[in-house]
Write a protein that binds this ligand. Structure first.
Ligand code: NDP
Ligand code: GDR
Length: 361
C-alpha cells in the first residue's frame, strides 16, 4: 500500500507534536507547517525532527517542515498543491481564550479565516475527493452552556472572540462538507492537557508552580477564577481520536471528552499533593487564599487580572458517540494520572532550573 501523506498545521503546538509522533508511528509521511519566529519554536518536535534527520541519512525521512501561516492563503495553496496530502489536520490557532480578548481580530483571521483558506486551498487544488480534513473545534463553542452534559447536538453559545472565531470554523467546515462533498469533520474536543501544554494555560501553570514552590524557586501561585469547572483529558489520548475520526467511513463530527469535570481548586489540590503539600482554602472571591496545611504559608492567591471579560463557568462533555462509533476509550487516563504525568515532568524541570540557577549564584 502507498504511504499516506498528512499535513499538520500547528505541528509545533501541544497536540501537533503528539499527533506527529502518532502518525510517524503509523507509517505516514508527515508534513508540518511552522511559523517563522525570531527564536526556535520547534522544541516540542525537535526529538522527531532530529531522529528523522538521522533517518534521512538512510533516505527514509518521514517528517518535513514547511514555513507557513494561517493568514497567508497563497502559501497554504502552494503547500497543499505541492504535498497533495491524504489527510490534513488543522490544529493551528491562536488558542488562548483570554488572549483572544486582546487580539480579537488576529484570532479571527487565524482561527476563522485561516480555516476557510485551508478548505479553499483543497478546493482550488481539486483535491476535494482525495484529501480528508480534520478541524480542531472546541468545547468553547458551548460557552454559556445550554445543556448538561454537552453533546454533538447541544446548541452553541460562545463567550470569547476565540469561541466565536472557532464557531465560524466549525460551520465553514460543515458547509464545505455539505456543499462540495468534502470529507471535512469537526472534532469538538474538551480541554486536554499534558506535560507539553503551553505554560499559560491553567493546568500547566499550576503544575509548574507547585513544582517550583516545592523546589524553593517560586513563592506563590496567582490564579484567576478558581470555580470554573473543566472536563480535562490527556492530550496523547485525544490525538488518537483525531486520527480515528478521519478513518471513519462517513465524515461526521464528534465530541471528545472524559465525561468528568473538576474545578481549578481541585486541580491545584491534586498537584500540590504530588509534592506532599496539603492545601487548605480560606476566604471568598478575590480574597480567597490557599495555604499549606502544615506550615500555614500562603501558596495560592487570586489575582483579578486573570479574570476574563466573559467566563465559561462549566464544561462537561458526553463522549458516548465517539466511544460507540470510533471505539475510543474516554476513560484511559484519569485526572489523578494526568496530574502525576505533568508533575513528574515539571518536578524534573524545576530541579534542572534550580541547578542552573545555583551555578550562577
Ligand atoms: P497550542 O497553542 O499548543 O498550539 C497552537 C499551534 O498553532 C502552534 O503550533 C502555533 O505555532 C500554531 N499557530 C498559531 N497561530 C498560527 C498562525 N497564524 N499560523 C500558523 N500556525 C499558527 O494549541 P493546542 O495544541 O493545545 O491545540 C491545538 C488546536 O486544538 C488549536 O486549534 C486549539 O484551538 C484546539 N483545541 C485545543 C484544545 C486543548 O485543550 N488543548 C481543546 C479544543 C480545541 P507556534 O508554535 O509558532 O506558536
Ligand atoms: P480554556 O483553558 O480557557 O478552557 O481554553 P485555560 O487553561 O486557559 O483556562 C481554564 C479555566 O481556568 C480559569 N483560570 C485560569 N486560566 C488561565 N489560563 N490562567 C489562570 O491563571 C487561571 N486561573 C483560573 C480560566 O478562567 C478558565 O475558566 C483551553 C484552550 O486550550 C482552548 O484553545 C481550548 O479550545 C479549550 O481549552 C477547550
Amino acid at each position: 500500500m502507498q504511504q499516506k501523506k498528512a499535513l499538520i498545521t500547528g505541528i509545533t503546538g501541544q497536540d501537533g507534536s503528539f499527533l506527529a509522533e502518532l502518525l510517524i508511528e503509523k507509517g505516514y509521511e508527515v508534513h508540518g507547517v511552522i511559523r517563522r519566529s525570531s527564536s526556535f519554536n520547534t522544541e516540542r518536535i525537535e526529538h522527531l525532527y532530529i531522529d528523522e534527520l538521522i533517518r534521512d541519512l538512510h533516505s527514509n525521512r518521514k517528517i518535513t517542515l514547511h514555513y507557513g501561516d494561517m493568514t497567508d492563503t497563497s502559501n497554504l495553496i502552494r503547500l497543499v498543491k505541492q504535498i497533495e496530502p491524504d489527510e490534513i489536520y488543522n490544529l493551528a490557532a491562536q488558542s488562548h481564550v483570554k488572549v483572544s480578548f486582546d487580539l480579537p481580530e488576529y484570532t479571527a483571521k487565524t482561527d476563522a479565516l485561516g480555516t476557510l483558506s485551508l478548505l479553499e486551498a483543497v478546493r482550488i487544488c481539486e483535491l476535494e475527493k482525495k484529501t480528508r480534513i480534520y478541524q480542531a473545534s472546541t468545547s468553547e463553542l458551548y460557552g454559556k452552556v445550554q445543556e448538561i452534559p454537552q453533546k454533538e447536538t447541544t446548541p452553541f453559545y460562545p463567550r470569547s472572540p476565540y469561541g466565536v472565531a472557532k464557531m465560524y470554523a466549525y460551520w465553514i467546515t460543515k458547509n464545505y462538507r455539505e456543499s462540495y462533498g468534502m470529507y471535512a469533520v469537526n472534532g469538538i474536543l474538551f480541554n486536554h492537557e499534558s506535560e507539553r501544554r503551553g505554560e499559560t494555560f491553567v493546568t500547566r501553570k499550576i503544575t509548574l508552580a507547585a513544582s517550583r514552590i516545592a523546589e524553593g524557586t517560586q513563592d506563590k501561585l496567582y490564579l484567576g477564577n478558581l470555580d470554573s469547572l473543566r472536563d480535562w483529558g490527556y492530550a496523547k489520548d485525544y490525538v488518537e481520536c483525531m486520527w480515528l475520526m478521519l478513518q471513519h467511513p462517513e465524515p461526521e463530527d464528534f465530541v471528545i471528552a472524559t465525561g468528568k469535570q473538576y474545578s481549578i481548586r481541585y486541580f491545584s489540590e491534586l498537584s500540590f499533593k504530588e509534592v506532599g503539600i496539603e492545601i487548605v482554602w480560606e476566604g471568598k472571591g478575590v480574597e480567597e487564599i490557599g495555604k499549606c496545611k502544615k506550615t500555614g504559608k500562603v501558596l495560592i492567591e487570586v489575582d483579578p487580572k486573570y479574570f476574563r471579560p466573559a467566563e465559561v463557568e462549566t464544561l462537561l462533555g458526553d463522549p458516548s458517540k465517539a466511544n460507540k462509533l470510533l471505539g475510543w476509550n474516554s476513560s484511559k487516563t484519569s485526572i489523578e494520572e494526568l496530574v502525576k504525568i505533568m508533575m513528574k515532568h515539571d518536578l524534573q524541570l524545576a530541579k534542572k532550573e534550580h541547578t542552573i540557577k545555583k551555578s550562577f549564584d
